[in-house]
Design a protein around this ligand. Structure first.
Ligand SMILES: [Fe+2]
Ligand SMILES: [Fe+2]
Length: 173
């Protein structure tokens, strides 16, 4: 079977769903577990989101009709909400607290909403916009990028940014 970027991204959504389910099942006493799961979630989510933003979304936008442009705008706005608001709030909470539990629950709910919308709307449109060959090529490009220094640097930079924003939020709220 041919590889397909849309299948890879869907599989990564499912991986994130599982991680959020595990996180939701933790208690305030499971500090190490919560920290470990949050690490895993960020390691899975950040390269996924950054590659969508840098490669998939612009390619999608170029071929989109009016509905597609709206779908694109929604997706970008959701990425921004997660990056600029939800993740910093999570970082501003101590893992052994109800605040952490509440904020990571919202984090998981937003990711679920966003992933479902991508799968049900954007990826459906993308399947028509891009040929099987193009989707296979995108999948290869994505795999190559994920193991590159660029991806590692992006992950480190985004995590540093989230930590900093979280620290500012913890001081000012
Ligand atoms: Fe996305
Ligand atoms: Fe996605």
């Amino acid at each position: 079977m041919k590889r397909d970027i849309l299948k890879t991204l869907k599989a990564e959504h499912d991986e994130l769903r599982d991680l959020f389910k595990e996180l939701k099942a933790t208690t305030d006493r499971g500090v190490k577990k919560r920290q470990g799961l949050l690490e895993q979630i960020e390691a899975a989510l950040i390269p996924h989101a950054k590659w969508e933003e840098k490669v998939l979304y612009p390619a999608f936008k170029e071929r989109a009709d009016r509905d597609g442009l709206q779908t694109h705008a929604e997706a970008v706005a959701e990425h921004h909400a997660v990056e600029n608001s939800v993740i910093p709030e999570v970082h501003a909470a101590e893992p052994g607290t109800p605040e952490f539990a509440g904020r990571t629950k919202v984090f998981g709910e937003l990711i679920e909403h966003h992933a479902k919308e991508e799968e049900d709307t954007m990826f459906k449109m993308a399947r028509k916009m891009f040929s099987a060959e193009e989707r296979a090529q995108l999948d290869e490009d994505y795999e190559a990028w994920k193991t590159s220094d660029g991806a590692a640097a992006t992950l480190a930079a985004e995590k540093a940014k989230a930590g900093m924003k979280g620290a500012v939020r913890a001081l000012t709220h």
